[in-house]
Write a new protein. Structure first.
Length: 288
């Protein structure tokens, strides 16, 4: 088994302790349903926006998609091109709907509109979708630890899942939002650092990486054929992205409660909603 250097191990332990500490810190502020679910609608838009961005970035975004781009091309990037379109629809229609009706989540709206059966039906199938997605995300997250350090995949998944559930249940939506925001800044900083190291680590300088990528056709976005619907063409991936991100916007990050967070929606929720969408806290959102 490979062992982490002491410095790396300390960073990992401090990050883990900090995450749990945030959940404990916000536990005292989340003692009633309004604070637990909607943080009393007092969080700033930049914080909510960064949280939405961070929950949208997973091990799939950070590991699987770059690996696919390295092996093939940038065709999977087409999915990301649909995010602004879905975000605009969410900011224009979903956020005003939830906030105008003072709904805590999409599911409370469904209950008021269609009754308890409608709410339970939508929540159950959404949770099944998220269980499958979280399984893929956590498995991809555990693989590098297993490959590089020899850590057991099941143990990594179990520890990560339990710790995430604990800090989310303790700190409520405030704990989740702040933890996500910190993770977002770390993800951006780590990605920028990796880019700089790769660019300036090339033997012939930064330009070599673009030359090699161009020669091996890595910048392609896939086939643009309007008649080929059997393969992952540009149009197939784009349409898939639009529908998936509309789902995420309607019943995911915004639907599970974040649309109700900032106080001044007109000035703030639009900017928060347009940064990105995803779906993490539905497990927390079921507690009322």
């Amino acid at each position: 088994m490979t062992h982490l250097p002491v410095v790396d191990l300390l960073v990992l332990l401090l990050y883990f302790a900090g995450t749990m500490g945030l959940g404990l810190y916000f536990m005292r502020r989340s003692r009633h349903p309004e604070a637990f679910m909607a943080a009393e609608r007092s969080l700033p838009s930049w914080l909510v926006g960064m949280s939405i961005f961070a929950t949208y970035v997973s091990s799939i975004s950070f590991l699987a998609i770059p690996g696919n781009a390295f092996q093939y091309d940038w065709s999977r990037f087409t999915f990301s091109l649909s995010i602004p379109l879905a975000a605009l629809v969410a900011a224009r229609f979903f956020v005003p709907l939830y906030r105008g009706r003072a709904e805590v989540s999409a599911y409370s709206y469904l209950e008021h509109r269609f009754g308890p059966l409608g709410r339970s039906y939508a929540a159950a199938f959404y949770l099944l979708t998220q269980i499958a997605r979280m399984g893929s995300v956590m498995y991809l997250m555990a693989l590098p630890f297993h490959s590089l350090l020899g850590w057991d995949v099941k143990t990594v998944i179990l520890v990560t899942g339990i710790s995430t559930t604990v800090y989310a249940m303790l700190g409520g939506i405030q704990g989740v939002i702040w933890t996500d925001a910190v993770q977002g800044f770390m993800l951006i900083g780590g990605a920028l650092l990796c880019c700089l190291l790769m660019l300036f680590g090339m033997p012939e300088g930064p330009g070599q990486i673009f030359t090699l990528a161009w020669e091996h056709k890595k910048f392609g976005l896939g086939s643009f054929s309007p008649t080929d619907w059997a393969n992952a063409t540009f149009w197939v991936i784009l349409l898939n992205g639009i529908f998936i991100n509309l789902q995420n916007s309607g019943v995911g990050v915004l639907g599970e409660g974040r649309a109700a967070l900032p106080v001044a929606w007109r000035a703030e929720a639009h900017s928060a909603a347009t940064i990105g969408q995803e779906d993490l806290v539905e497990v927390v959102g079921r507690r009322r």
